[in-house]
Design a protein around this ligand. Structure first.
Ligand SMILES: Cc1cc2nc3c(=O)[nH]c(=O)nc-3n(C[C@H](O)[C@H](O)[C@H](O)COP(=O)(O)OP(=O)(O)OC[C@H]3O[C@@H](n4cnc5c(N)ncnc54)[C@H](O)[C@@H]3O)c2cc1C
Length: 439
């Protein structure tokens, strides 16, 4: 008989972030002025802003598990200020205008993270030194020079790095071509950032964990009634920050869908391993190829490896996670051959939310029910900003940024059911195969 897999799905970031505040489960029937559903970056930002704008209103924030420990405590910690333009994305005037409109949101999102880290004094290894997009196989980095030129023309610092420059910066010889992008792009410890937001929530916000919204129904006069396992919440207004879980509550079905990612974090490097990489400064590496690996050398001298992206709407089982960890070991071995096989300390999975046209959700879905989410893998900064903006929109405040977000094309239609499962699984498996040299 095979031994049962013993791997625990445990975010290394969360495990290393220290003790979280705990909040009681909600039971009974209550009424509130405001209900925020989902305690990730979006929900935390929305609740904070509501408390600032309407300090005397009742504000309830619920999460089906622990605040800040879903994807917000499981991501790779890239706070995106500047998206890399796609090849040819800026050639047509209409595409260029769209890129620049989105660029304003990204820039503001990165700045919002920096503002909160600074004003709240959150110790999360925030590092605004930018990060690198790189490939092993040159042919896979399409339009590298064009992208560098366009970024620099638009006032973002960007620099092409050859194999020698990459080796000097990273301490490893795996990559051949790269593009460093500054302009506010930052790295941080995501769970510590989320925990800092929770620790500093305005005191009038009533937080409840292990409180799952099972059903959301619009009220006749606006707002929503949410059914819980043991009770209900009747809210005059609701803000939904559920990201990949929106469709489970019947919201944005056929528009957005979850993608399962897995990641591993090693133990800290030993002095001998530090010598192998020349004691280089912390860095973050993304791959410009869909399906390629994300890698980081963290401030506490661990290696983060993420090289899977799959359509598994029911999540990643322990057996699947065991296999994904073997893929992470392989990716580590390609880059850090001196690391022993048992260097990984934590492995975990998480859901990000995607749409076919890379658009996000930012809207009043029915009278008094607002939603923000679906950041296509870049929700650390965007969720933090759009959570704030959706709260402002919900109370009737306007801003250029909110109008920009409202005017954005909505997520386009995707089929649901077995046909979508088939297409999505095939597409993502194809991307992983195409990016094999970059694992
Ligand atoms: C492995 C991984 C790596 C990633 N890397 C990056 C990165 O480097 N940079 C980046 O910008 N983004 C990254 N992302 C994406 C990023 O984590 C998300 O975009 C971000 O967390 C979205 O924040 P959110 O608050 O909208 O949603 P979430 O963080 O998903 O929060 C939603 C919350 O809702 C709760 N919830 C769900 N259903 C219910 C319910 N029915 N009732 C009550 N509560 C409910 C969940 O428990 C969760 O806490 C990554 C994601 C993953 C999984």
């Amino acid at each position: 008989m095979n031994a049962a897999p013993s791997i625990a799905d445990r975010s290394g970031w969360v495990a290393l972030a220290g003790t979280y505040r705990a909040f009681p489960q909600l039971g009974g029937d209550i009424r509130t002025d405001w209900l925020v559903i989902g305690g990730g970056f979006t929900g935390l930002a929305a609740a904070r802003r509501l408390a600032e704008l309407h300090p005397n209103d009742r504000i309830v924030l619920i999460d089906r598990r622990r605040l800040g420990q879903g994807a917000s405590g499981r991501n790779s910690g890239f706070a995106v200020s500047v998206e890399m333009p796609g090849p040819g994305e800026l050639e047509k005037p209409a595409d260029r205008a769209a890129y620049l409109a989105h660029a304003a949101i990204h820039k503001a999102a990165g700045a919002e993270v920096k503002r909160l880290v600074t004003e709240l004094g959150i110790a999360c290894d925030y590092d605004a030194g930018g990060y690198i997009f790189a490939v092993r196989e040159r042919a896979k980095f399409k339009a590298l020079e064009e992208r560098a030129r366009v970024l620099n023309d638009n006032g973002t610092q960007a620099k092409i790095l050859d194999a020698d420059a990459l080796k000097a910066r990273l301490g490893i010889a795996f990559y051949s071509h790269g593009l460093w992008i500054g302009g506010g792009n930052a790295l941080l410890q995501p769970a510590r950032f989320a925990k800092g937001l929770i620790d500093n929530l305005p005191p009038q916000i009533e937080c409840h964990e292990n409180t799952e919204a099972l059903k959301i129904a619009p009220n006749a006069g606006g707002g929503a009634t949410v059914t819980l396992a043991q009770g209900s919440i009747k809210a005059a207004h609701a803000i939904v920050g559920l990201n990949a879980f929106m469709p489970r509550l019947g919201l944005k079905q056929g528009r957005v869908f979850p993608i399962s990612l897995t990641a591993s974090l090693t133990r800290p490097l030993t002095p001998a391993e530090e010598e192998e990489i020349g004691k280089v400064a912390p860095w973050g590496m993304l791959c410009p190829v869909e399906g390629g690996a994300t890698v980081r050398l963290t401030a506490d001298r661990r290696i983060l490896m993420r090289n899977t992206a799959e359509y598994e709407p029911d999540g990643i089982s322990a057996q699947m996670l065991e296999k994904r960890r073997a893929w992470h070991e392989m990716g580590l071995n390609h880059r850090f051959p001196f690391l022993p096989k048992d260097a990984i300390e934590f492995t975990w999975s998480g859901h990000m939310c995607a749409s076919r046209n890379w658009s996000f959700v930012f809207e009043e879905v029915s009278p008094g029910i607002f939603a923000a989410g679906c950041y296509n893998g870049a929700g650390l900064a965007r969720g933090t900003l759009l959570g704030r903006l959706i709260a402002e929109h919900a109370v009737g405040e306007t801003s250029l940024l909110a109008e920009n977000a409202l005017a954005r094309e909505k997520p386009s239609w995707v089929p649901t059911g077995p046909l979508f499962t088939l297409i999505a699984k095939m597409r993502l498996a194809h991307e992983l195969r195409q990016a094999r040299s970059e694992h």
